[in-house]
Design a protein around this ligand. Structure first.
Ligand SMILES: *Cc1c(COP(=O)(O)O)cnc(C)c1O
Length: 444
């Protein structure tokens, strides 16, 4: 460990526990009321802009992806109550969750099967629109289904899109870019699963593999892209476009809660738990939800013990100035979607005044939770997604937070949403392997 970081180990208990690879729960003491109104890095108008852009593209998406026929080209997932899972969490972890427990099933998001179908696809669409508008080939008032015509496929074919990925971002960027006609190169880190590489290659995506971690894949991708004036780099470490694509989830969630007659106000608090890698997806979703519900929503991030980069960045206030490796942590986890050693350069700073806290979880528990959700609710989600339950299975810490916030007498009317971030594209054989992987629990 780097010697200058010792001061954080000595003064912040959650950092000390995390550095020892223990599960921990950090509560954010820099959270302030109404924070979402005072963010300067991004603006709510950008959410509206992203949302409008997704609507413009809906006719195109409907045309090229048959699975979007039903939703008229809108990529969205179900919000489902999971009462049996709530019982499971109580039985196995002693988590007496008051209120309703729901699952936001981005694990089933169409087109690319993970939360990355929000931000990743959005950024590719925005880039395509920018190019076509600048070339005078498209107007915002056009029916965008014309983009499926060969003239456009040929036009986009002159350009390259590149991205560094642990897997799921590459899937979203790769599938969408290839569909539009772009030449697309995905730089995959060592954690990326073989089936994701194969699936991408089958769709015409160029996949470059690295023996190194995610940061190395991103660095090389950026260098390659910068050297080519016709290439665009999707920068997961800094991208505001990705962030805005994710943030549209806020208004979509509101519509779903309203549809199910679920109230969120000062007497009916909402709790949202989102697995975190580099921070873009959970950060963007949090920003979007905060714009809708303000102080009545409480957002938590969850991370694997071996890749707790956001916790380290936020708790120390160093953000992307520290990596988990600086603390002597290896960054290796079965939660491939979360296998990131250094947090985003901008997300941590944006959400610092909004985030409630961060919980970490051991890999073996992810498998227990995965089997629990499958047996209780018949829902399969990938190991990374299962981190969504990390805070909920720490009832003592949740109680501390709830009491500090003065919410103890309102929890009977609370709604908890575990954000399932990926799963439906996992091939059957890989699913079988996951389901046979030992967990932390002894019982069979
Ligand atoms: C990418 C990913 C996340 C987290 O998103 P970040 O933007 O990296 O923080 C969570 N779950 C899954 C399954 C993912 O693929």
């Amino acid at each position: 460990m780097k010697a200058e970081l010792q001061k954080y180990i000595d003064t912040i208990p959650a950092v000390a526990e995390a550095a020892e690879l223990k599960e921990t729960f950090w509560l954010n003491d820099r959270k302030v009321p109404e924070a979402q109104q005072n963010i300067t890095e991004v603006h709510p108008d950008q959410i509206k802009d992203a949302s409008d852009r997704l609507l413009r593209f809906a006719p195109y998406l409907k045309k090229v992806f048959p699975e979007l026929e039903e939703t008229n080209g809108i990529i969205e997932s179900e919000l489902r109550e999971i009462p049996s899972m709530k019982e499971f969490l109580k039985r196995v972890y002693g988590a007496e969750i008051e209120g309703r427990l729901m699952l936001k099933m981005d694990s089933d998001l169409p087109v690319s099967g993970s939360v990355k179908a929000r931000g990743g696809i959005y950024e590719v669409l925005k880039h395509a629109e920018d190019l076509a508008l600048a070339a005078g080939k498209l107007k915002e008032t056009d029916d965008y289904s014309i983009l499926a015509e060969s003239e456009f496929v040929k036009f986009f074919g002159q350009y390259t899109v590149q991205v560094g990925s642990t897997g799921n971002l590459g899937m979203s960027i790769g599938i969408m870019s290839a569909k539009l006609g772009f030449h697309v190169i995905v730089h995959m880190s060592a954690d990326a699963k073989q089936w994701k590489k194969e699936l991408l290659r089958s769709r015409g995506v160029e996949v470059i593999e690295y023996a190194d971690d995610y940061c190395a894949a991103v660095t090389q991708g950026r260098i390659n892209s910068d050297a080519d004036p016709m290439s665009y780099f999707v920068d997961d470490e800094n991208s505001q476009n990705l962030f805005m694509g994710y943030s549209v989830a806020g208004e979509r969630l509101r519509a779903q809660l309203e549809e199910q007659n679920i109230t969120v106000d000062s007497d009916h608090p909402l709790f949202v738990y989102i697995p975190c890698g580099i921070g873009g997806a959970p950060g963007g979703v949090t920003y979007g939800i905060k714009q809708v519900y303000g102080d009545n929503v409480h957002c938590f991030f969850t991370e694997p013990t071996h890749a707790c980069c956001m916790l380290m960045g936020m708790a120390t206030g160093e953000h992307d100035g520290v990596s988990v490796q600086d603390f002597g942590i290896d960054g290796r986890t079965d939660a491939d979607g979360l296998a990131v050693g250094r947090p985003s350069a901008f997300v941590g700073r944006v959400i610092e005044p909004m985030l409630s806290g961060i919980a970490t979880i051991s890999d073996c528990k992810l498998y227990d939770l995965m089997r629990g959700l499958l047996s209780e609710e018949e829902i399969f989600i990938e190991p990374s997604s299962c981190a969504a339950f990390a805070a909920l299975i720490r009832p003592e810490d949740m109680k501390t937070y709830i009491e500090k916030q003065g919410l103890a007498d309102k929890m009977g009317q609370a709604t908890h949403i575990a954000w399932a971030t990926g799963g439906c594209m996992v091939p059957e054989e890989t699913r079988e392997i996951y389901l046979k992987t030992p967990g932390c629990l002894k019982e069979a």
